[in-house]
Design a protein around this ligand. Structure first.
Ligand SMILES: NC(=O)c1ccc[n+]([C@@H]2O[C@H](COP(=O)([O-])OP(=O)(O)OC[C@H]3O[C@@H](n4cnc5c(N)ncnc54)[C@H](O)[C@@H]3O)[C@@H](O)[C@H]2O)c1
Length: 444
């Protein structure tokens, strides 16, 4: 089966979810673009959008339409060439409307899993539940005579567990998009012990068509991205506990969040990132990873405790941030959750006191000025030199944090999760928008 033949009949499972909706959009556009090639004239391309609720699927169809409009507007010149033989399409608006129609025409929303019984390939983005994924994969595999390929978006479950559990004989690969899939450039590709070469080759071709940056990772729970992120969280929590001799828990969370953003020149602090991803998601990823990480406890009682108190984070449907460990107003952090009193404490009550305790911060470049800057070393090297000699409490914590992040990165390579240092750095640079990779020489 060629690349195009394989993409003629596809299903996305969990199509109304955060990840599934983005995967659906990318795949619908890729399939529609293939269908519009002259060689494919007359061929039908079908993309089943499968989820459990009709209502959620209606929402996703509205989302698709709005996104395709934006995509069409951006590539209207290319679309003119594609529709060159359509004399009825004159204005840009007409071309854009036709393209929206052609992409939407590929997509079939349905709550029936049976729709996947005809698909050549299945993208899976249902919830992170190993037993549920195995059950659905085996059900499809047993009822689909086409021996479909499975592209799972799991964040942490080893692909071999899914492969062997569902008896797929290597017709599966981890194709780990980052959130949101339509924007994030990174995809981690993970082969199970048995993944067939042709499945891997297709994965690489598909990623290339989507203009994604591919980083291969070994099949070890959490892979590279969450392998670093979860350990980074555990370290941040450890630092919070250390500070408790000297300050309250809300103050310590504020301090570590500030250091991990401003001192480390990262796009957001670690607790803000946990809120962004979701306290529940992070806690659950740890829960899934933990049984697979020997000699290491990947588990945070603090996160579990917060979650038990209903502190969740995540986003509203318009993309704005929900309150979590931190409270937000117009995207700004205004308070920190206090698990002792189960209430938010305004940052204004303690900010200057904590900043004073952390001491003078060495002048740091803003993340925005460094990220993607070809001459970033000219900014980062002098900054880290200042950080090295600074004697304040904050600088000391920041230095230890930078070293820990490097240690985590190095451990991912030595334990065989990542193939090399560069892959670890690419994941953090691309998937987490860090301004520099964790494996660096800045503090050596
Ligand atoms: N959210 C992230 O940042 C992120 C990033 C990378 C990977 N992932 C992984 O992607 C997967 C989905 O995560 P998400 O955040 O999009 O979750 P989500 O809860 O937003 O979406 C899951 C979707 O699956 C649907 N679903 C549940 N059971 C189903 C079933 N039996 N059949 C069909 N649909 C079903 C739900 O209705 C929901 O729409 C998980 O494996 C997660 O670990 C998530």
């Amino acid at each position: 089966m060629t690349y195009e033949e394989r993409l003629q009949h596809v299903s996305v499972l969990g199509a109304a979810g955060k990840m599934g909706s983005g995967i659906l959009l990318l795949t619908a556009v890729e399939m529609a673009d293939l269908s519009l090639k002259p060689v494919n004239k007359g061929k039908t391309f079908v993309l089943n959008a499968i989820d459990v609720s009709d209502e959620a699927l209606s929402g996703v169809m509205r989302y698709l339409k709005a996104q395709i409009l934006k995509i069409a507007e951006k590539k209207v010149i290319g679309l003119r060439a594609i529709y060159a033989d359509r004399r009825d399409l004159v204005d840009n608006d007409e071309i854009i409307a036709q393209y929206i129609f052609d992409v939407m025409n590929v997509v079939r929303p349905t709550t029936r899993l049976e729709a996947a019984y005809d698909s050549n390939m299945i993208f899976e983005a249902i919830k992170e539940d190993s037993a549920l994924k195995v059950k659905i994969f085996s059900q499809i595999s047993q009822n689909n005579p086409k021996q479909p390929w499975f592209f799972t978006n799991t964040s942490s479950i080893p692909i071999t567990v899914l492969d062997e559990g569902a008896g797929l004989g290597g017709r599966i690969i981890g194709f780990h998009f980052y959130n949101p899939p339509a924007i994030q450039k990174l995809v981690e590709v993970i082969r199970s012990k048995h993944t067939l070469d042709e499945v891997n080759e297709f994965a690489l071709a598909y990623a290339k068509a989507l203009r994604k940056v591919v980083v291969p990772a070994n099949d070890i729970a959490g892979f590279i991205g969450n392998g670093h992120f979860m350990r980074d969280i555990l370290y941040a929590v450890e630092e919070v506990h250390k500070l408790l001799n000297d300050m309250s828990v809300t103050e310590a969370i504020y301090a570590v969040n500030k250091i991990s953003q401003d001192y480390l020149v990262r796009p957001m602090g670690i607790f803000q990132l946990i809120d962004y991803v979701g306290v529940d998601v992070c806690s659950f990823i740890m829960f899934v990873m933990n049984p697979f990480t020997k000699d290491e406890e990947i588990h945070s009682p603090l996160l579990d405790k917060l979650l038990g108190m209903g502190v969740k984070g995540g986003q509203y449907s318009d993309g704005s941030q929900k309150d979590g460990i931190l409270k937000y107003e117009k995207g700004k952090i205004v308070a920190v959750y206090d698990p002792l009193n189960q209430a938010y404490v305004p940052v204004s009550q303690f900010q200057s006191k904590v900043d004073e305790k952390l001491g003078t911060m060495p002048a740091a470049p803003a993340w925005k000025t460094v990220v993607g800057n070809k001459a970033k070393d000219d900014l980062l090297k002098p900054y880290f030199a200042r950080l090295t000699t600074a004697s304040s409490l904050g600088a000391g914590i920041a230095r230890d944090y930078v070293k820990k992040s490097k240690e985590i990165g190095k451990h991912l390579v030595s334990s065989g999760v990542a193939f090399n240092d560069a892959d670890v750095n690419t994941v953090l640079l691309t998937g987490f928008f860090h301004a520099y990779g964790p494996i660096n020489e800045y503090l050596d």
